[in-house]
Design a protein around this ligand. Structure first.
Ligand code: DX5
Ligand code: ZN
Length: 223
């Protein structure tokens, strides 16, 4: 089983305290900074953009976990500055060219992840498994922080882990995003997830550095 990686959701970080919060993440050994990029079409919201991601690369060494909730991502991969340890997820529902999008992420030096919404079946990503670094199982409908878990996604994580292992894709990671509270993370881990996006249901309920540090310590207890 892959080791647990914690990926705090940057849209849930108070921008006024960005530098201080990044230091807390570095001290806590945070593996990835999760960046929600929303285009107002694929999801009903706008969030973080290309300049913000560049700024993060300049002020932190933690790799980025781009979550592109944008239509036709194949035409926009080149807009992002992708560093060698960065991971990039694109939604299977957002492109008619999933293979091409994955290829472009890999060509740009990133690690490709295919993301699927709660209502999207696992077969949507079956054919691209040989080309993936990971699969992102959305555990809420993407667009907003602070939503409630879609229960059926726990069973979906379990089915995906079994499918990956049975077909020889043990190396493919499973990321989960949405309502990753402490008890939900325990259930998701038990089902086979290894990358956890932590937002307003996790240790980003506050912008206080000490409280966030304590939260990271708590969440690290889940192994
Ligand atoms: C949902 C976003 C998440 C969100 C998760 O569309 O992709 O990153 O911030 O945080 P929660 O669900 O805990 O508020
Ligand atoms: Zn996300």
């Amino acid at each position: 089983m892959h080791s647990v990686k914690l990926c705090p959701s940057m849209m849930c970080v108070n921008p006024v305290k960005l530098a201080e919060t990044l230091r807390t993440f570095e001290d806590g050994g945070i593996e990835y900074l999760h960046i929600d990029v929303m285009d107002g079409h694929f999801v009903p919201n706008f969030t973080l953009g290309t300049d913000y991601c560049k700024a993060l690369h300049n002020i932190s060494k933690i790799p980025l976990d781009y979550h592109l909730m944008i239509e036709d991502p194949e035409d926009r991969i080149s807009w992002f500055e992708i560093h060698k340890d960065d991971v990039v997820s694109v939604h299977a529902e957002a492109t008619r060219q999933l293979q091409r999008t994955i290829d472009r992420i890999a060509e740009a030096g990133g690690k490709p992840i295919a993301a699927i919404n709660p209502a999207t079946p696992l077969c949507a990503i079956e054919e691209v498994l040989p080309y993936l670094w990971g699969v992102l199982v959305m555990t809420v409908s993407p667009g907003y922080a602070g939503q409630k878990l879609v229960e059926s996604t726990i069973g979906k994580i379990r089915h995906l882990r079994t499918m990956l292992d049975e077909r020889g894709y043990e190396n493919v990671r499973i990321e989960v995003d949405g309502n990753v509270s402490y008890p939900n993370m325990q259930r998701m881990r038990e089902a086979g997830a290894d990358m956890f996006v932590i937002g307003s249901s996790g240790f980003l309920t506050t912008d206080d550095a000490q409280t966030i540090a304590a939260g990271i310590g708590e969440f690290r207890k889940i192994r």
